[in-house]
Design a protein around this ligand. Structure first.
Ligand code: BES
Ligand code: MN
Ligand code: MN
Length: 463
């Protein structure tokens, strides 16, 4: 492993420049206007895989964006690791809140990242993180130290729900057969406190439409006599939380798994600085479900958020209008054992029941995913734990992540493969926000840690 470390050290700058190059490609999956760029990013990913010695690299078309696949089979008796990541990114909006353009990466020092961080959309989520695996693979190949078979599957639709990947997995069970899935698309607690993600929340994403009168009306001629759909929608949304900030959707908590006092204590033993958390967000107080800590509110408790709301006149100046329609996007983060399909139905029924007679309501489910919990007594967890302990000098803490990666539950069900969620980002890296960044420390630490995972995993499997 010494020569390997030396290889990493001497190639640091090239690795960084290669990453900066792919960060310049605006592979925004949600917006059709970037379709060609997404394709270009898939091709660039494939080229990188081929260059470092991955075999049978393919860019596979789907009804949406392509899936990049490649493999290196060294020995049928060796365990097989499936590396999953995503090359698509979130839209960069709002553009004017970026200090430098989203697709023109720059390296700057910050308080949290004194050695520098790469500022660009996708730097942390997930280009910077999946690229660590490409470079770790390169290093292992250069030193004849690849102890496992490797399959790479890097998709272009994670940020829009991985619909086509789900189909692809179902149709390609043999191609994707593996002993473990290795994913870097989550965070560690901080750069001195390594952690492994042992839970992801599920998701049920809804859109609602409230219709009042059949056309936009003069708000003077009709105002005061006809229901305003924006006011009605606002009141309906406001009623989705009670005084104690519990979600009021009937049946919402029915299946929520309760943790023992001991498990809750263990979660809350993780370092967490509430003052720093609030300062980072410039808020004077936090708000959430009564009786739970912040770690619990994002880790083991479900939540409901309005992601967007629109309707009426929002242009320059004033227009006196009583609009016909109002809309909102509402998502629910789910925890074990909530079922996204069941929650969609409960939400729909509840939301419809809230509507006064003066309006009509339409509720649509957009996408969803199951929550995930990862056992900590498995071979793959132990190997990841030992790998991080080797490079950080500290045993990683098991931590529940608040975000979602819907495909992980699918890997479990469809491929019968467990995932290792060994991410290296920080929650403060502003993923999905303006000024997203990824620490150089994190990027290099990830590349250094990954080969140890392969080594320990192969050793532990052999025993
Ligand atoms: N990498 C994130 C998920 C994540 C971030 C998990 C931080 C844990 C910690 C992923 O790219 C993501 O953003 N997922 C979406 C879900 C998707 C269906 C849009 C999410 O969580 O909103
Ligand atoms: Mn991601
Ligand atoms: Mn994301």
């Amino acid at each position: 492993m010494k020569e390997l470390k030396k290889y990493l050290d001497t190639n640091q700058e090239r690795f960084l420049n290669e990453l900066l190059e792919i960060l310049r490609i605006p592979s925004v999956s949600a917006d059709p206007k970037y379709k060609d760029d997404v394709r270009r990013m898939a091709d660039a990913t494939a080229a990188h895989l081929s260059k470092v010695g991955v075999d049978n690299v393919e860019v596979l078309d789907t009804p949406g964006h392509p899936i990049v696949y490649g493999e290196k089979m060294i020995d049928p008796k060796a365990p097989t690791v499936l590396v999953y990541g995503h090359y698509d990114v979130q839209p960069p909006d709002p553009l004017d809140l970026w200090d430098s353009p989203a697709f023109e990466p720059v390296v700057k020092k910050t308080k949290v990242h004194p050695k520098g961080a790469i500022f660009a959309r996708g730097s942390c989520d997930d280009k910077g993180q999946f690229f660590m695996h490409v470079k770790a693979f390169e290093a292992m190949m250069q030193h004849g130290k690849l102890p496992c078979n490797v399959k790479f599957m890097i998709e272009g639709e994670e940020e829009i729900g991985s619909k086509n990947l789900e189909e692809f997995c179902k149709k390609n069970k043999i191609k994707l057969a593996c002993d473990v899935v290795l994913i870097s698309d989550t965070s560690i607690i901080d750069n001195n406190t390594p952690s492994l993600t042992v839970g992801l929340r599920g998701l049920a994403y809804m859109e609602v439409e409230v219709t009042g009168p059949n056309k936009d009306l003069h708000s003077g001629v009709y105002g005061g006599a006809v229901a305003n759909p924006i006011s009605v929608l606002s009141a309906m949304i406001a009623s989705l939380h009670d005084k104690k900030k519990k979600v009021t959707v009937k049946g919402f908590y029915d299946d929520v798994q309760k943790l023992s006092a001991k498990e809750r204590k263990r979660l809350n033993d993780a370092p967490y600085d509430e003052k720093a958390y609030m300062k980072d967000l410039a808020v004077d107080a936090l708000m959430g479900e009564e009786g739970y800590t912040t770690i619990e509110r994002t880790g083991i408790r479900p939540a409901l958020d309005v992601n967007g709301i629109w309707g009426g006149y929002t242009g320059e100046g004033a227009k006196t209008v009583l609009p016909s329609k109002a809309f909102a996007k509402i998502s629910m983060r789910l925890v074990p054992n909530q079922d996204p399909k069941k929650i969609e139905k409960l939400f729909q029924k509840h939301f419809e029941s809230l509507a006064p007679k003066s309006v009509k309501v339409k509720v649509t489910a957009l996408h969803g995913g199951h929550p995930v919990v990862v056992p900590t007594n498995s071979v793959e967890y132990k190997a990841a734990e030992k790998a991080m302990e080797t490079t950080f000098g500290k045993k990683p803490l098991p931590q529940r992540g608040g975000g979602s990666i819907p495909i992980v539950a699918m890997f479990d069900q469809v491929l019968d493969a467990r995932s290792v969620l060994m991410g290296f980002g920080l929650d403060s890296d502003a993923i999905h926000s303006p000024n997203e960044h990824y620490g150089l420390f994190n990027f290099y630490k990830g590349i250094e840690t990954i080969p140890y995972f392969y080594q320990y995993y192969a050793e532990m499997k052999r025993r």
